[in-house]
Design a protein around this ligand. Structure first.
Ligand SMILES: Nc1ncnc2c1ncn2[C@@H]1O[C@H](COP(=O)(O)OP(=O)(O)OP(=O)(O)O)[C@@H](O)[C@H]1O
Ligand SMILES: [Mg+2]
Length: 322
């Protein structure tokens, strides 16, 4: 079976006052039909930029290289009308800040109906019906009155559902959700995750779920990629990677999670140091200055992402090989 989306060698350079910064540096991944693909990594690892690149939404002056095959097209080569026909229609995006997806001054109904009228060419009445149907789909109570309300009248969790409704408006095959649960409390978060999982099962939707929270990822993703300094350092099925992480960085991220069974006063193990800025990526493995297992070769050679026992790993040492 061919993947719905296949990204190869994705590289993104953003213009800065001191020259270009490489914020995504040779990323490969694929997303299967009706699966949830989880992307995790610390802040600044290039998760958001690698997704905005697919939709042509990078800041002006950015340079993108690589290939992103989606439905027989290379997303990275599309421009203008061809790009708009895919972005926002075949691919829906829920932005990191839900208020970015929602216009504060327009009613929810207006935002939903304008979107479907523009992309699907529906008439007024059909657009309102579609808008109500979408609000039902994302489980907004009393959708008819919700259509007349404004974003600020909803709670954070409800706003996130509305942002998802807009992303789903044109019946996309792929939904990219960037930290859709970060600002929400645990119960609301669980509701959003159940919603995404239901959409995947009932509508054959593929989902890219970006999160820095591995607990969120482990509850819903089928496959996962761990990003560090604009690269993938480990990827594979959730069932193989999360219970048995092999990259020291993946392991450190998991160790930083609170364990439900741990005593309340057990200290969390935070990852030593901070991630490098794109202008100062260390030579060799970008994680080596923080890595307790680093050996000499790690300081000189950047390890390739290579297949090992059904997963892919970029580590010279592989200290957790079983
Ligand atoms: N407009 C910009 N110009 C230059 N650099 C930028 C710009 N926007 C973001 N960056 C840098 O690009 C890198 C990748 O950012 P990105 O937003 O993709 O990270 P992220 O993994 O999504 O982080 P977070 O978890 O905080 O959302 C960061 O180092 C960030 O500082
Ligand atoms: Mg981000």
């Amino acid at each position: 079976m061919t993947a719905l989306l296949e990204v190869e060698g994705l590289r993104v350079r953003l213009p800065t006052p001191t020259g270009f910064a490489t914020v995504v540096d040779g990323v490969d991944y694929h997303v299967e039909q009706a699966q949830v693909f989880g992307v995790a990594g610390e802040s600044g690892s290039g998760k958001t930029m690698s997704m905005l690149a697919l939709l042509g939404l990078l800041p002006p002056g950015s340079v993108v290289e690589g290939r992103a095959a989606f439905g027989g097209k290379d997303l990275l080569r599309l421009r203008g009308r061809d790009l708009r026909a895919v972005s926002g229609r075949d691919i829906g995006m829920v932005f990191q800040d839900p208020m970015t997806s929602l216009h504060p001054m327009l009613s929810v109904g207006r935002q939903l109906t304008e979107h479907v009228r523009r992309h699907l060419g529906l008439g007024r009445r059909a657009a309102v019906e579609r808008a109500e149907e979408l609000l039902v789909q994302v489980r907004i109570p009393d959708p008819t009155s919700a259509l007349h309300a404004y974003p600020h009248q909803f709670s954070g969790g409800m706003r996130q559902r509305i942002a998802i409704a807009i992303a789903l408006a044109c019946g996309p095959r792929l939904l990219i959700a960037d930290e859709p649960t970060t600002a929400l409390d645990v119960t609301v978060q669980a509701g959003i995750l159940r919603l995404l999982d239901g959409l995947r099962r009932e509508h054959d939707l593929s989902v890219i779920l970006i999160t820095h929270d591995l607990a969120v990822m482990s509850s819903i993703a089928d496959r996962v990629s761990i990003f560090y300094a604009g690269r993938v350092v480990e990827s594979g099925s959730r069932a193989s990677v999360l219970p048995h992480p092999r990259h020291p960085y993946t392991r450190a991220l998991l160790d930083a999670l609170p364990h439900p069974e741990a005593a309340r006063d057990t200290p969390l193990v935070a990852i030593k140091g901070t991630p490098p800025s794109p202008q100062q990526i260390p030579v060799g493995c970008p994680y080596h200055p923080r890595c307790p297992y680093a050996i000499e070769v790690c300081t000189t050679d950047d390890p390739p992402l290579a297949p090992v026992n059904g997963r892919r790993l970029a580590c010279h040492v592989d200290p957790f090989d079983e």
